[in-house]
Design a protein around this ligand. Structure first.
Ligand code: TIU
Length: 226
């Protein structure tokens, strides 16, 4: 066990049972012309976490620990996208419509690819998820159980939408969840801050939050002591 300084109290990370989940770091959300932009958001805020997320991924890759990448992606015929979700998109550009980076939130389109700096390496898992949460209609729980994973470290976008939904879903399935502060972001700074407070409130009702430095220090310290 590696003890990581975190809120609301130290997180007990279990090497060998821990996976990193990087939520939806796809061009649709991070670059101009994508879904996030079509919803009227300032996407530059999200781009800023790419270096910290890359560093976090490096900590897992150096140790050979599993990394799961997710993408919010629908089938080209949109049969896995509820009409309610399409209706609530932007009036100018909706899910499945052709934008500057191809059809919005549709699997295989340029906008649906993970940004190049954070692209998955061979052997890493990429999950296309039709919902905001990573367990809905993905088979991910069974896959994680097959790998013996009980602990999940979270990164990605947006903090209050797909990251928080996925953390809550993971919590209900018994995973011990840790979010890394510098590796998640929202289009709304106040939503990120509120989400972090919600996660750690009531004794960690959804999980823990730590800084990237505190995670790196804990891992390196534990290895130096071994
Ligand atoms: N709109 C928004 O903030 N987020 C999403 O729709 N998806 C994710 O958070 N990935």
């Amino acid at each position: 066990m590696v003890s990581v300084k975190a809120r609301p109290y130290d997180y007990a990370l279990e090497p060998g049972k821990t996976a990193l989940v990087v939520i939806d770091m796809q061009r649709d959300f991070i670059e101009r012309g994508g879904f996030g932009d079509a919803l009227g958001n300032d996407v530059s805020r999200l781009e800023a976490i790419i270096p910290a997320t890359a560093k976090l991924m490096g900590l897992f890759r150096e140790r050979g620990w599993p990394i799961i990448h997710t993408r919010e992606a629908h089938k080209p015929d949109l049969s896995d996208c509820p009409p309610s979700k399409i209706r609530r998109g932007s009036a100018s550009l909706r899910i499945g419509e052709e934008g500057p980076m191809g059809r919005l939130l549709v699997t295989g389109e340029p906008g649906n690819q993970i940004v190049p700096e954070l692209a998955a390496l061979e052997g890493e898992t990429v999950i296309d998820k039709p919902g905001k949460g990573m367990f809905w209609a993905t088979g991910l729980h069974e896959r994680l159980r097959g790998l013996g994973i009980t602990h999940l470290v979270f990164a990605g976008v947006t903090t209050e939408v797909c990251v928080q939904t996925s953390m809550r879903e993971a919590n209900d399935r018994g995973y011990e969840c840790l979010l890394i502060d510098e590796a998640t972001e929202s289009y709304f700074s106040e939503f990120k801050a509120s989400t972090i407070e919600m996660i750690v409130a009531q004794g960690g009702i959804v999980g823990w939050v730590a800084s990237l430095d505190d995670l790196a220090t804990a891992l390196e310290g534990a290895e130096a002591a071994a």
